[in-house]
Design a protein around this ligand. Structure first.
Ligand code: AP5
Ligand code: MG
Length: 217
């Protein structure tokens, strides 16, 4: 199964994709995580993409599309992918379709995780990431066992620089301006479903699983 989680910054895409990919046996590919890994490793992609991410702007398609699709084409993705944060533009959605068609696959399901703006801000304000593997925590809703330390790999937790100030404001504006075209793209293909993200992590997972099971019937 190949599917997509769509949602505003802080909607819980990463949190849910991490859980669902394990439950479904598919590979979780998160475009934002790929960029942040590139920044840690100071790769060539990082040099070109960092200024956009720091400003909360979308990284141009000519950088984003090959960076993500390379992973979709890898053998580890042959049992299916769960995409988080990609596609965000029509060009990205079309490029994804072309790659999947090449291996006789297609996007089966796109789920829009919908939340109120107040809840998005509450989640982003308390979010912490681990340096080693981008595991996600929240000071209130999902605190680590030891302060500032990842439960899973012991690395230090940090706040994403684009989770504050102008960069955060830009990310929210861009999402609400530009998500419509991607949502419409999947709606027209009868692949789009909506889930209310204003619930606990486990409740949201249960609702996502319901939609996935229902769509496979
Ligand atoms: P990206 O990393 O994709 O950021 P985003 O879309 O803004 O989404 P977030 O990662 O902020 O939120 P999330 O939905 O994953 O929420 P999370 O699970 O962490 O992109 C970053 C940047 O990279 C972009 O701005 C852009 O520059 C660039 N980029 C990426 N993809 C691109 C693309 N395709 N094209 C161009 N540029 C691209 O949860 C949030 C918090 O809430 C956490 O603390 C979590 O613990 C907590 N939480 C989660 N669920 C719940 C719940 N149910 N109840 C309580 N707390 C919860
Ligand atoms: Mg994320």
């Amino acid at each position: 199964m190949d599917s997509i989680l769509i949602g505003a910054p802080g909607a819980g895409k990463g949190t849910q994709a991490e859980k669902l990919s394990q439950l479904l046996g598919v590979r979780h590919i998160a475009s934002g995580d790929l960029f942040r890994k590139a920044f840690e490793e100071q790769t060539e992609l990082a040099l070109k993409a960092q200024k956009y991410v720091d400003l909360g702007e979308l990284v141009p398609d000519e950088l984003t599309i090959p960076a993500v699709l390379r992973h979709v084409e890898e053998p580890e993705s042959m049992h299916g992918v769960l995409l988080d944060g990609f596609p965000r533009t029509l060009a990205q959605a079309q490029a994804l379709d072309a790659v999947l068609q090449g291996v006789n696959r297609q996007i089966d399901l796109a789920i829009y995780l919908k939340l109120s703006r107040e809840e998005l801000l509450r989640r982003i304000a308390g979010r912490l990431f681990c340096h080693a593997h981008q595991h996600v925590y929240h000071v209130q809703f999902r605190p680590p066992k030891v302060a500032d330390t990842c439960d899973l790999d012991g690395s230090k937790l940090y706040q994403r620089p684009d989770d504050t100030g102008e960069a955060l404001r830009r990310r929210l504006v861009i999402f609400f301006n530009e998500a419509t075209q991607v949502l419409d793209y999947y709606r027209k293909q009868h692949k789009l479903r909506k889930v209310d993200g204003n619930q606990s992590i486990d409740q949201v997972t249960a609702m996502l699983l319901n939609e996935i099971n229902d769509s496979m019937r």
